[in-house]
Design a protein around this ligand. Sequence first.
Ligand SMILES: C[S@@+](CC[C@H](N)C(=O)[O-])C[C@H]1O[C@@H](n2cnc3c(N)ncnc32)[C@H](O)[C@@H]1O
Length: 336
Amino acid sequence: MSTIKPAAIALYSESEKFLDVYPEYNLSELPQWVQDNIQEARVYGNKKRGVILSDGRKYHLDNKLNDMTGREWTFFINSVFSTHYPTRGAESYAHEIRKIHPSPKPPQLMRDLIYFFTKEGELVFDSFAGVGGSLLGAALCNRRAAGIDLNQEYLNAYAQAAQKLDLQVYPTICGDCIQVLQNDMLMGELTGNQKISLCLIDPPYANMMSKKKTGADTYVYGDIATPFTNEAADLGNMERPDFLEALRKSVELVLTHMKPEGYVIVFIKDLQPQKKEINLLHAEVISELNKIPKLYYKGMKIWADESAKLYPYGYPFSFVANQIHQYILVFRKEKR
Ligand SMILES: C[S@@+](CC[C@H](N)C(=O)[O-])C[C@H]1O[C@@H](n2cnc3c(N)ncnc32)[C@H](O)[C@@H]1O
């Protein structure tokens, strides 16, 4: 005997109106896109914790992390971001101003990460803000943000880019993040005393930029050193062990300003292998940050930047990878 499955529409029409089931619900806790359609919204599921809008979009009332539908959530946890962002025109998000920095992050990429790891109005923090990829990304999805960088010229370019894009200019401080993060008064000013929900950082990759370039890197940067600053506190001027320790210290300090179950996201790129040095910097960073009490590595996404230029490294003698990807490492602050 064949069973006839009810059509989705029947399920929808049989379920009750959200406002009838939850007359006292604090609607301001719902994402704006649910609030805007709440009159026609219905609940579904045995526990009545699902909300379905008349256009079929679904939201789970127990979603404490973000404002996404289940479908958006599933799409995001795909392990690879493959993008081709333009560096000219309106879609470049003022790249012509931000390009004074040797490695600015695309604000759209940062927005997409922030959208998954926060809810509207929450605070994103970047201790290595540069020309503001994270801060612009936060403004693009109505989150708050604050940042620190050692170089005032980069922070000025960020403010200029935000103004040009008609986006809110978030507070920043020029200085060594390790010093600033230890100063509760400065941090209170930066964050407006709001707890950080997401720390989104793209630190220098050890001393990759500050060394005179050799081999494959000369194609991209020429054979000169291109440090972010000349300061000793610049993580980009440190040898590997000092770099790892300073990065760990900076993240440890961020956690003291973060809400429980907040996330830390770190962009990192591997260095090219050298003889017996395998140089898997991303693995070293995971091990180092996992030493921080209550911080746990949760997994990674890989960002493939399809707009990166390809060079004939190694041709015609040996294999050298064109590394067009970076690791997006995800950690979470747990209660214990
Ligand atoms: C890879 S860049 C970040 C780029 C940034 N994501 C953007 O979109 O422009 C790293 C930044 O860290 C900054 N930096 C290095 N050491 C620092 C420190 N101790 N405190 C604060 N900023 C630092 C550098 O000046 C540089 O701008």
